[in-house]
Design a protein around this ligand. Structure first.
Ligand SMILES: [Zn+2]
Length: 464
């Protein structure tokens, strides 16, 4: 089957030009003009931007948290309709199980037969043992070149002390595994949480009080020091505040391989959401916490300047009614995380490109190209080029609407961005040459996604 995408404007992380794309089977085989005679089927993309399918490097499908689970891979069609064709999901590590066994289990029991996006994985350390450090360098053998450790969540088996992080960084370096960290000072948070609870401050808004920006700034700086001491690269996920962003920026400027990601909710939602009445604030309980407006502007600036390289959703599909309500009488028990895998492109376009904060090229980079590089799946993914997978979005910049839970496929009973204006949307989405969504309607099949193995040290390709 050959397919021609005609008359669109191709946008990459570097350039923008009018050309047609010829697809044979699952791959792009030519880009240019005068290709009509070689195609059986023609799709007219006049008036559309053709963007590479998004890579969301930060999702948590089927994640256990506080005795409950997020929505699973049967809701990954939400990614597709929003223009994301590949996710890199964090694999939970059950107690007593190795990372590699955890990955095999997550694929077998969760992703296989259900995923509607292509998928890759990060290891996620939730059970620290001595064997862990021997296992880390072997992760690339199974296509896993990235690993996350937590410096927060004291009192859980997954909070790692500095020694564990340092040893982890040393082990990762041996095999080109990129270490990622959740950087918040778990000890300070633990004290502040207990003080809030003792003072009877139990509503969702105290989530932010117990996790002020300084706990993130301090921990990010410490993680950078540990990486420098180990001579290893570091990728800091979900950066939300000015101090943490500046620590990453300054380390990179010094010549260190230190990189970072922010998320759409840290760019458009403020701490005020946590104070919404009638427990509605619980919808916005995620870690790090939402911030005041000056931090949001700094996140946009960081994305614009390349000080943070990636925007990932940190998608966590917890329902408000049954799951967020676990913490109705105590905010420390509210499952952390918010849905958003569907909305990343919409937020970046509407509040970034349309507002003149970022160029279309920067959008493509943080949305698709850079995360493909960091996760070792570039140039097969995250790029429109000859030989790449035919994953792309025909983006209609003229569409206008509002984000609403009733149009959502995330399988969650609320939207983090409810009622917000949206300009532009994914008019058509192609996954490996197949039309899988049109105008917000999913047209693909359950289980159509494939496991994409990542190569070690995606950071080497970053070009930043
Ligand atoms: Zn996360």
């Amino acid at each position: 089957m050959s397919l021609l995408i005609k008359n669109g404007i191709i946008v990459t992380s570097l350039d923008e030009y009018k050309a047609d794309i010829l697809v044979e089977g699952e791959k792009i085989i030519a880009i240019g003009e005068g290709l009509d005679g070689r195609a059986r089927e023609i799709v007219d993309a006049a008036g559309m931007y053709v963007l590479p399918g998004g890579i969301d490097q930060h999702t948590h499908f089927a994640l256990p948290f506080g005795g409950t689970y997020t929505r699973g891979f049967e809701t990954t069609n939400a990614a597709i309709v929003g223009g994301t064709t590949t996710i890199v999901d964090f694999v939970p590590q059950p107690k007593g199980m190795s990372l590699r066994e955890s990955v095999a289990k997550h694929i077998e029991e969760q992703a296989k037969g259900k995923a509607m996006v292509d998928y890759s994985f990060h290891g996620m350390v939730m059970d620290v043992t001595n064997e862990l450090f021997e296992e880390i360098p072997k992760l690339p053998e199974i296509g896993i070149p990235t690993l996350k450790m937590f410096m927060a969540y004291k009192g859980t088996p997954f909070m790692c002390d500095d020694g564990v992080i340092f040893r982890g960084l040393q082990a990762a370096k041996k095999a080109g595994v990129t270490m990622m960290v959740h950087a918040e000072n778990g000890d300070i948070i633990d004290v502040l949480q207990k003080q809030c609870v003792e003072a009877g401050q139990l509503e969702p808004k105290y989530h932010a009080v117990s996790r002020p920006p300084i706990v993130e700034t301090e921990c990010t700086s410490r993680a950078i020091t540990l990486a420098e001491a180990a001579g290893a690269p570091l990728f800091v996920v979900h950066v939300s505040c000015i101090g943490a962003m500046e620590a990453i920026r300054d380390a990179f400027a010094k010549g260190l391989p230190i990189y970072g990601e922010t998320c759409p909710h840290y760019m458009v939602l403020t701490v005020d959401n946590l104070a919404k009445p009638d427990f509605e604030g619980a919808k916005y309980v995620c870690s790090p916490a939402l911030r005041t407006p000056e931090h949001l502007e700094a996140m946009w600036q960081a994305v614009q300047k390349g000080w943070l390289q990636v925007v990932g959703s940190d998608h966590c599909g917890f329902n408000w009614k049954e799951q967020k309500h676990i913490g109705y009488y105590d905010f420390t028990k509210i499952p952390n995380g918010a849905p958003g895998v569907e909305n990343r492109l919409a937020i970046l376009w509407t509040y970034g490109v349309e507002k003149g904060r970022i160029t279309r090229q920067r959008l493509v980079d943080v949305f698709a190209t850079a995360p493909a590089k960091f996760n070792g799946i570039f140039p097969r993914k995250g790029h429109i080029g000859v030989g790449a997978d035919a994953d792309f979005v025909l983006f209609d910049p003229a569409w206008k609407g509002r984000i609403a839970v009733e149009n959502s496929l995330q399988g969650v009973d609320f939207s983090s961005y409810e009622g917000m204006e949206q300009i532009g949307r994914a008019d058509k989405v192609f996954l490996r040459g197949k039309l899988v969504a049109e105008k917000g309607i999913f047209l693909g099949e359950l289980g159509q996604g494939s496991f994409i193995k990542g190569e070690p040290y995606g950071t080497a390709y970053s070009g930043l």
